[in-house]
Design a protein around this ligand. Structure first.
Ligand code: NDP
Length: 264
């Protein structure tokens, strides 16, 4: 039987079990997907269980970076981004991948969000790194802003981007909120609305709540918008394909995530 899990801390509210159980069901596969509470100091021991007991696992906060030295092989993307969100176990060897970056791009394309720069990525944490790397790889001019400017400058230098002040958002064609601002706080936004551009698109990676203040204000301004759920579904679908060779329908996974969110 196929055995999967998501590892993180805290992991109880992860939407991954709902999404991946839906994928197993839709493909008619017998399998299980658990949420395994795994603090960082327990990651080494947990990965030893994964080695022979699971086909694969997803990693979430705070494990995406910590896993790198513990795996047997890391994909070039995960290596460049510095984060692993998907682990495949084959014959006791652990292979690390990052599907956040490719999932982000697939979600944009599926949602009809034009891949037009300049793109401004708000946030230089793990998600910001994945998004900036993906957009740069897609050939866009990428700008980055971060609350702690030194972090944006370091990322800009590493990936060949430009660190900019927040007001440059006015000139961007694609805005991505990759900060955690807005998470469980419908009144918070990383971007004062007067800095929104007159046209273009805005994507929020935060999906709790689904309609963040950042997205509501971007939509009111007339921008095309996308919530964090399509990316979540796509990174999951791409992880599932790494584990099984089969790409589940991301729309089914997104719907399962939406229902799980609504049930909270
Ligand atoms: P990190 O902890 O690695 O980074 C957090 C980022 O948010 C940093 O850039 C940090 O800035 C910034 N930040 C935090 N608080 C504030 C604040 N008050 N004002 C301005 N900036 C702030 O988290 P991740 O990068 O892993 O995740 C970021 C968000 O993206 C989370 O909400 C997560 O749920 C979401 N996410 C969604 C995905 C999806 O599929 N939809 C996938 C991955 C993540 P500083 O450096 O100054 O601390």
């Amino acid at each position: 039987m196929l055995r999967f899990a998501v590892l993180g801390h805290p992991v109880g509210h992860s939407l991954s079990p709902a999404m991946h159980r839906e994928a197993l069901k839709a493909l008619g596969l017998a399998g299980s997907y658990e949420a395994l509470e795994t603090p960082q100091e327990a990651l080494g021991a947990r990965l030893e269980e994964v080695r022979w007991g699971y086909r694969g696992v997803n990693l979430t906060l705070p494990l995406k970076e910590a896993a790198l030295p513990l795996l047997d092989w890391i994909s070039p993307e995960a290596q460049a981004i510095g984060a692993v969100n998907t682990v495949l176990s084959v014959e006791g060897r652990l292979f690390g991948f990052n599907t956040d970056a490719s999932g982000f791009l697939e979600a944009l394309q599926a949602g009809g969000i034009p891949l037009e720069g300049p793109a401004l990525v708000l946030g230089a944490g793990g998600a910001g790194r994945a998004v900036a790397w993906a957009l740069k790889g897609a050939g866009l001019e990428v700008w980055v802003w971060n609350r702690t400017p030194a972090r944006a400058e370091a990322l800009a230098k590493e990936f060949g981007l430009k660190a900019v002040p927040l007001e440059r958002a006015r000139e961007a064609r694609l805005l991505v909120n990759a900060t955690s601002v807005g998470l469980k706080d419908p009144g918070a936004t990383p971007l004062p609305p007067e800095f929104l551009p007159a046209e273009g698109a805005a994507v929020d990676l935060v999906y709790r709540p689904l309609w963040t203040r950042f997205l509501r204000e971007a939509q009111a301004r007339g921008l095309k918008v996308q919530t964090g759920l399509p990316m979540l579904a796509w990174q999951g679908a791409l992880a599932f394909r790494i584990w099984t060779g089969l790409l589940p329908d991301p729309r089914g996974m997104e719907e399962a995530a939406r229902q799980a969110l609504e049930g909270e």
